[in-house]
Write a protein that binds this ligand. Structure first.
Ligand SMILES: Nc1nc2c(ncn2[C@@H]2O[C@H](COP(=O)(O)OP(=O)(O)OP(=O)(O)O)[C@@H](O)[C@H]2O)c(=O)[nH]1
Ligand SMILES: [Mg+2]
Length: 227
């Protein structure tokens, strides 16, 4: 038991050092990097498909897909004609800096404006590991319930943006979006919140505009994006 704390700290410190290396590479390439997280099936890949449709070719997007197994999501994204690489964690429930570093040779970073890392579907572990991103963003879909900020606070605390997805399902599920907003903002008053449906497209214009602003801020050399 006494050994557990130092071991965990060592893992996080080693990850943080590699995250710094990645951050340097991303800064040199002048691109904005977003670490996209959610529980399984909340809509990460669907959001990426919609975002690419909205922003390509104005903003050149690359994607790193993280999954325990399969290349299914990378195949979906490659159909949109953007650079994509699939990482398989082989069981691990999150991506870490070392995995991200190992995937960078497969991408031509200098030709990108925005790199999105789709993390492994999990509402807990991905929030604990930086991978060198400028910011984390998360999705909560309404069928998951409005209690999630109370039960899984860390991801809400770590994220810069919260996308409340699948609002087309609100008539059929027991979920109060007002409660999600209130509970999430109590954890993190700086959260940018978007109510969206990747199915109908509702709310996605606001998200695309916000992303444009974040990419422009990065290109202007500012810190429009914080970790
Ligand atoms: N009704 C509805 N369904 C959606 C919406 N967005 C995504 N879905 C569906 O939800 C399911 C999961 O979507 P994905 O985009 O694969 O979710 P994901 O977060 O990438 O899933 P993992 O990578 O497995 O964690 C799919 O069947 C989507 O079609 C939405 O806004 N409304
Ligand atoms: Mg996915």
């Amino acid at each position: 038991m006494t050994l557990k704390i130092p071991v965990v700290r060592n893992i996080l410190e080693a990850n943080e050092r590699l995250a710094e290396d990645n951050r340097r590479i991303f800064r040199e390439a002048g691109l904005l990097v977003i670490n996209l997280m959610s529980g399984p099936g909340a809509g990460k890949t669907s959001l990426l498909e919609r975002t690419i449709e909205a922003l390509q070719p104005e903003i050149r997007i690359g994607v790193i897909e993280g999954d325990i197994q399969s290349s299914y999501d990378a195949e979906r994204i490659s159909q949109k004609g953007v650079q994509v690489v699939q990482l398989n964690t082989g069981g691990a429930c999150h991506l870490d800096s070392n995995m991200i570093k190992s995937s960078l040779d497969a991408l031509d970073l200098d030709t990108l404006d925005l790199l999105v890392v789709e993390n492994v579907g999990n509402l807990v572990c991905p929030a604990e590991f930086n991978v060198g991103e400028d910011m984390k963003a998360m999705i909560l879909s309404v069928p998951e319930g409005d209690d999630k900020p109370l039960k899984y606070p860390l991801m809400f605390q770590e994220s810069r943006a919260l996308l409340i997805n699948k609002i087309d399902l609100l008539p059929y599920v027991n979920c109060d979006v007002g409660k999600i907003r209130e509970r999430a903002l109590q954890l993190n008053a700086n959260l940018e919140i978007f109510e969206i449906s990747c199915r109908t497209g509702e709310g996605l214009d606001g998200w695309a505009d916000w992303l444009r602003q974040q990419v422009s801020a990065r290109e202007a050399g500012g810190d429009g994006a914080e970790t």
